[in-house]
Write a protein that binds this ligand. Structure first.
Ligand code: SF4
Length: 275
């Protein structure tokens, strides 16, 4: 993602929604195109602009993507509509193609299966920086350099939130799970990896409001010995933040070096993970 969305570019201006297959990212890199991750807030325009095209009661990530797409004068948008994303994205693709005749909207179904590894998810780093690095990493066809894993004291499971401010509530020793881990691994359609957890660490199961993943997040939180389910819409409100803060303060062990010995495992799938 460019830090300056309006800057003049040499290659084409390409938007991505979700994670396009690796072959497409390689082509974009080879062409010198500029990639804009439309799932993130890139422009200052009010999200209400999207309400002419998508219902207000709809995933805030995709409402944000529509606002970005309306503002950025893109040549093309690659939008993943396969099992690694969601039906909401499929319908958003149809709407974008209709309202943006000057932009080519290309639907993809990313079912890449090659594991690139997840060193960022387990590294010691402020969670906000960590998720920023993970979301940036999908614009590259290369794996992230190896990093040592830290002993975890908390877990964050879910998609990167629309409002990153809630991530600042977590300790630097938070391990990342759920679809965000699938992102770093460059396998967005990997259900087993998405279900991976560490039963020893207090884990916040986060989903965007109005997303189908709310069902999985709440179910997994119910099965996890120290799980908290949270969903947020456009911004993380004070009550959600207070809930996360209290949960982490009351649950974080005083001596993380002792006790965190159980391996990560899938809460629902019967087979052992292969990653
Ligand atoms: S948060 Fe859920 S509904 Fe929104 S784009 Fe991601 S998978 Fe789709």
């Amino acid at each position: 993602m460019s830090n300056c969305p309006q800057k003049t570019q040499i290659g084409k201006r390409i938007g991505i929604i979700g994670i396009p297959p690796l072959a497409i990212i390689k082509d974009l890199e080879a062409n010198g195109d500029t990639i804009f991750d439309l799932d993130e807030p890139l422009v200052k325009t009010n999200i209400e602009l999207a309400s002419s095209f998508l219902p207000r009661v709809f995933c805030a990530i995709l409402r944000t993507a529509v606002v970005n797409a309306l503002s950025l004068q893109l040549d093309s948008i690659y939008i993943d509509v396969g099992p690694g994303k969601c039906d909401c994205a499929l319908h958003t693709a149809t709407i974008l193609a209709d309202i943006l005749p000057g932009t080519t909207v290309i639907k993809t179904r990313n079912q890449d299966q090659i594991d690139f590894g997840t060193p960022l998810c387990t590294a010691r780093m402020p969670l906000l920086d960590k998720l920023s690095a993970i979301t940036r990493s999908v614009q590259s066809a290369r794996p992230y350099p190896n990093l040592p894993a830290c002993v975890p004291t908390a877990g964050f499971w879910g998609v990167p939130p629309r409002d990153f401010s809630l991530l600042s509530l977590f300790p630097e020793t938070t391990h990342v799970y759920g679809w965000t881990r699938c992102m770093e691994n460059k396998t967005p359609d990997n259900q087993q990896l998405e279900e991976l957890v560490n039963p020893d660490i207090p884990t916040v199961f986060f989903a965007q409001s109005f997303c189908a993943k709310t069902a999985l997040a709440r179910h997994l939180a119910g099965k996890h010995p120290h799980g908290l389910y949270v969903d947020c819409d456009v911004t993380a409100g004070n009550s959600a933040k207070a809930k996360i803060q209290a949960f982490l303060e009351l649950s974080t062990p005083q001596n993380p070096a002792s006790g965190m010995q159980k391996p990560e495992f899938c809460l629902l799938s019967s087979g052992l993970p292969t990653f």
